[in-house]
Design a protein around this ligand. Structure first.
Ligand SMILES: [Zn+2]
Length: 489
């Protein structure tokens, strides 16, 4: 067995345990994991991982490259959000090797065309591998207004099976329009029911931005009536009650249809509780939170930079932060995501109301290190669990496992060396493609030093060695029967 690379001396996190092993890489795959010194090293490049924690490349399950802002003031100012090039570069430096973004269906087209259309901006323009959740109706869908929504064509729902069979097993819907002024993005519950039926029949996963439309819109009216429209009232407009009601309604529909669901950006302890109850019944209910949501309480909205911390629905309170961390540690919540939109500080600070505070977060680069610092160092999360929530579980839920998300023979050689001796306040000079970070000055306890994508070192010691042509579309995502039928991760 001639190996191309041997990673030596590190503490390796594998699906079956944590230990000091050598990893042999052949081409794009992991060929062997062995006792130290046991692998034949003739002709192999040796990577010294002494003192490092060796983990599978991170998976960012929720990113929005080149996001189109809908706020008139943002459009006028010519603001833009980072494309796949900048997002994937930040990911590579931060120890993430796969990004999952969103492909919106366009009226008039076939559902499967959404994938190809979205790939146009990624192909040849990504340092990391990537794939897409298919979105049947999303913000900005042409011609759809709140007053005149375009119902999802029934034949579109029946096209879901073909998209799953083509290798794209996840779909995304909103159960709310999110704010009272946005273009329509909500999918009515009847269509969600139809989608779930298709998803069950063909073996897919439905990702849901779940909020209760009636509560959110009612609270917005009340806040406007009271003149309380400042950013600081976002947790009132998007209360825990909304998450509680909506999660339970979606979960009940999933229970009836048998659908596997992935609840996005859980923000409140009530949401965590609803997920825990569903999973205790054996339902295939999975969930993500955001490192922003787990780390910052809503009191930051009162600061001058308040809008920097926001994405929809909203930050909640300190007991919610802790419930999210405990959910990540005890297995109730499966993934840490960013809801990534990389944009300028000026843009992020441009909106100040419950309608126009800019959503989406920079933070893909910080995600792995913040999870290590807050989870492993401060709260005793195991290394195995840390790898689950930053990589393996997203791969399982979205149908990429064990090709992605595992250091195991046969898996893609997506490998990150994490240096746990780093301890410093995070500075903007550590980050890429951003002019601000809510974690600037945050004390971090680890940082990735080497990122390998399918056997190629794309970042080493602060140097970008990858190319924009390195990233490939992952087009064979098939979620396993275990995940589709129960809380198997
Ligand atoms: Zn999002």
């Amino acid at each position: 067995m001639a190996l191309d690379m041997i990673i030596r001396g590190g503490q390796v996190v594998t699906p079956w345990g944590v230990g000091h092993w050598d990893i042999g890489v052949q081409g794009e795959r992991i060929a062997a994991i062995a006792e130290p010194g046991a692998l034949p090293d003739a002709g192999a490049r040796i990577l010294d991982a002494t003192g490092k924690i060796v983990i599978p490349g991170g998976i960012e399950p929720h990113a929005h490259a080149a996001f189109k802002f809908v706020y008139p003031w943002a459009l006028e100012a010519g603001h833009r959000a980072a494309g796949p090039d900048e997002i994937s570069k930040a990911c590579a430096f931060g120890g993430t090797t796969t990004v999952v973004d969103f492909a919106n269906w366009r009226p008039g087209g076939a559902l499967i065309d959404a994938i190809g259309n979205r790939d146009e901006i990624f192909r040849g323009n990504s340092y990391t591998d990537y794939s897409f959740h298919t979105v049947l109706v999303g913000m900005g869908t042409e011609g759809a207004t709140r007053e005149q929504p375009i119902p999802i064509p029934l034949d579109l729902i029946t096209q879901i099976g073909g998209v799953i069979e083509a290798g794209f097993s996840s779909f995304k819907v909103w159960t709310t329009n999110t704010t009272s002024t946005r273009a329509r993005q909500m999918t009515d519950f009847g269509a969600v029911f139809g989608m779930m039926e298709q998803i069950v029949a063909h073996g897919g996963m439905l990702a849901v931005h779940a909020e209760d439309e009636d509560i959110v819109m009612y609270m917005s009216r009340v806040l406007h009536e009271q003149g309380k429209t400042h950013t600081r009232f976002l947790p009132t407009a998007h209360p825990a009650l909304s998450e509680d009601l909506s999660f339970r309604r979606v979960i009940r529909l999933a229970e009836v249809t048998g659908a596997a669901i992935y609840l996005m950006h859980v923000s409140a302890k009530e949401g965590v509780q609803a997920i825990a109850e569903a999973r205790s019944k054996g339902l295939p209910v999975f969930a993500e939170t955001l490192h922003h949501y787990a780390t910052f309480p809503a009191s930051v909205y009162d600061t001058e930079d308040g809008p920097l911390y926001h994405t929809y629905p909203s930050l909640k309170y300190e007991d919610d932060n802790e419930a999210l961390w405990q959910g990540l540690i005890n297995g109730t919540i499966q993934t840490v995501a960013t809801d990534a939109i990389l944009c300028a500080r000026d843009l992020k600070l441009g909106g100040h109301t419950i309608e126009d505070t800019v959503g989406g977060n920079p933070g893909v680069e910080e995600r792995v290190a913040i999870t290590y610092t807050e989870g492993v160092v401060k709260r005793g999360m195991s290394l195995r669990r840390f790898v689950d929530v930053t990589s393996s579980n997203a791969a399982k839920i979205l149908g990429m496992y064990p090709r992605k998300g595992a250091i195991a023979p046969g898996s893609d050689a997506d490998i990150v060396l994490l240096d746990p001796t780093v301890r410093k306040p995070l500075g903007l000079e550590d980050l890429h493609g951003v002019d601000h970070s809510v974690w600037e000055g945050w004390d971090i306890h680890a940082w990735p030093t080497t990122t390998i994508l399918r056997g190629k070192i794309i970042v080493q010691d602060g140097q970008l060695l990858g190319a924009l042509t390195d990233g490939r579309l992952i087009a064979d995502r098939r979620t396993s029967p275990e995940i589709l039928t129960g809380p198997a991760c």
